[in-house]
Every structure is written in structure tokens, then in C-alpha cells.
Design a protein around this ligand. Structure first.
Ligand code: PMP
Length: 306
């Protein structure tokens, strides 16, 4: 990975190679932590801006609350820390930002009330998550043998570290089977989300995405829905079954890292024309305009760092 100079740890900027934890760090053993994935882009005027910083930091605090992690910093402090981190690292061409709330060293055993809650924020240069080629030509999806855990267990709405075991198993299975990404069903057999992104499909010019009944409340999903509304594209949130996807006209994934990645194949069925669809391309292009500060209606969502 592309190292930066510093990592923010518990209020201080530490040299990248010195940002370490003890092997008895609670989260390493029991998996209770919360993360964010936030992105900064170089904008049209040459400055760099973090997209939807407030929303991401709020979700970090929400995820932490859900998983009983008492974060010792305010939203404003965490936002300032992210801005400062990018500035000090001179990441003015854009970066991926990874805040992490974790339980530190000092207490073992499952009852974590007295374990110290620690926070780190790292940032580095990271290219297209599903590849530049994927953004243009589309990717191949496999419906996973892993399902999202039922809402009766787990903390599906939290961007909890523990949730990524399930995602990791699904991703590995898909990639080993020759696909690019996994699509997970919920425990009822409806489409939930990909291992690290949300799912959209287009059928008869209507944009359809599942409700967040069993998926992360995705920030990019909301941006895409807003953009579709701006463009007069009809948007429907409803449950989707796998066979509907096979006959969709277009499909794509959204996420901060995945951005808007077209899907060209699902389980050996070619989707639409087998390449990036027309509506997908429009929304993808609109999304890149937004994060690059080219759409005045969305400038309010940009936090400039220089
Ligand atoms: N679902 C999962 C499981 C994810 O990890 C992500 C990436 N954060 C998403 C959906 C997309 O969320 P967002 O658009 O907020 O990045």
C-alpha cells in the first residue's frame, strides 16, 4: 500500500511506521470495532475536498453507539482531525480515509465496559476499488453462498469491524471462483448488498435498489438516488430477488470506494448489453462531477482541505 507520513492516533499525529498497538488489543481478539471509509478528491479548481465528511463521521459515531463503544471525541474533533491529517500528509491529490474506533489494551474477556476506547485515522492514496477497467467495462458478480446475518443477530446497520468477516468470506469465495465481487442475499433470500457496496439495477428505465432492511445505510446510495431524482429518473426502493437481476437492463454497485461500478454479468448471465449501461454511465458521470466539485448543488457536501 501507499504509505503516508502520519497516522492520527488518539489525538496525535504519529509517524506511519510507529502507529502500532499491543497484541492484547481487545478488538484484535473479540472483533468489536467500528470503521469508516471516506474519500477525498482533487476538485475542478485544483483544491482537494473530502466528500460528505460529516455524514461519514456521524455514521462512525452511530456505528460505535450501536456496538457499545463510547467514542471520546466529538464529531467536530474527528472532522478536524481528518482535515489536519490530509493537510499534514500533503494528500492534496485525493485520498482514502479510514477512521477506526477500537478497544485497546488493558482488559481481556468479553465484558468490555472498562476497556479503553481508542481512535485512529489513517489516509493514503487508493485507486479504484474494483479497478479502472471495472469502472468502464463493468464487473462480474457472483451471488454468494454467504448470506447477511439475520437482523435478530449482528449489527447490520453498523459499519462494525465484525461484519467484515462475513463480507471477507463472500469476497474470497467470489474471487476464487473467478468473479470480481460477491452479492449477498439476506436470510429471506432477497438481495441485501455486495461485500462492500450497495446494489442497484435498472429495469424499464426505473432505478431499483433494495431498502436498507439488511444492509449498511450507504452514503453513496443516497447520493445516487438524489442524482437520479435530479435527472428525472424514477427511483424505487423495494426488495429484489436474484432472478430479477438476471433479466435487468443494467446493474451497478455503489460505495465510497466502489464509486459507481457497472455490473456486466451475474452468475453467468450477461446483464443488458454486457457493458456499462446508459443510465449507469449518466449516474457515474454525475457522481464524478459531484465529488470533483463540478455540480454547484452539491458543493455543500465538500470539505475543502486547501
Ligand atoms: N455496504 C457495505 C458492507 C460497505 O462496506 C459499504 C462501504 N462503506 C457500502 C455498503 C457502501 O457504503 P458507502 O456508500 O457509505 O460507502
Amino acid at each position: 500500500m501507499d504509505k503516508a507520513k502520519y497516522i492520527w492516533m488518539n489525538g496525535e499525529l504519529i509517524p506511519w511506521d510507529e502507529a502500532k498497538v499491543h497484541v492484547l488489543t481487545h478488538t484484535l481478539h473479540y472483533g468489536n470495532g467500528a470503521i469508516e471509509g471516506t474519500k477525498a478528491y482533487k476538485t475542478v479548481d485544483g483544491r482537494c475536498a473530502i466528500f460528505k465528511l460529516k455524514e461519514h463521521t456521524q455514521r462512525l459515531l452511530n456505528s460505535s453507539k450501536m456496538t457499545l463503544l463510547n467514542v471520546p471525541y466529538t464529531l467536530e474533533e474527528l472532522n478536524d482531525a481528518q482535515v489536519k491529517l490530509l493537510q499534514e500528509n500533503e494528500l492534496f491529490d485525493g485520498a482514502y480515509i479510514r477512521p477506526l474506533v477500537y478497544l485497546g489494551y488493558g482488559i481481556m474477556g468479553l465484558y468490555h465496559k472498562d476497556a479503553p476506547v481508542e481512535v485512529s485515522i489513517s489516509a493514503w492514496k487508493w485507486g479504484a476499488y474494483l479497478g479502472e477497467d471495472g469502472l468502464k467495462r463493468g464487473i462480474r458478480l457472483k451471488i454468494s453462498s454467504m448470506t447477511r446475518p439475520a437482523n435478530t443477530s449482528g449489527m447490520g446497520k453498523a459499519k462494525a469491524v465484525a461484519n467484515y468477516l462475513n463480507s471477507q468470506m463472500a469476497k474470497f469465495e467470489a474471487v476464487e471462483a473467478g468473479y470480481d465481487e460477491a452479492l449477498l442475499l439476506d436470510d429471506q433470500g432477497y438481495i441485501a448488498e455486495a461485500s462492500g457496496a450497495c446494489f442497484f439495477m435498472v429495469r424499464d428505465a426505473v432505478l431499483i435498489s433494495p431498502p436498507n432492511d439488511n444492509s449498511l445505510e450507504s452514503i453513496t446510495q443516497q447520493t445516487i438516488i438524489d442524482l437520479a431524482n435530479d435527472m428525472g429518473i424514477k427511483v424505487v426502493r423495494r426488495r429484489i430477488t436474484r432472478e430479477e437481476i438476471y433479466i435487468a437492463d443494467e446493474a451497478f454497485l455503489t460505495g465510497t470506494a466502489a464509486e459507481v461500478t457497472p455490473v456486466r454479468e451475474v452468475d453467468a448471465r450477461i446483464i443488458g448489453s454486457g457493458s456499462r449501461g446508459e443510465i449507469t454511465e449518466k449516474l457515474q458521470s454525475a457522481y464524478f462531477d459531484v465529488v470533483a466539485g463540478k455540480n454547484p448543488a452539491y458543493i455543500q457536501h465538500l470539505t475543502y482541505i486547501n
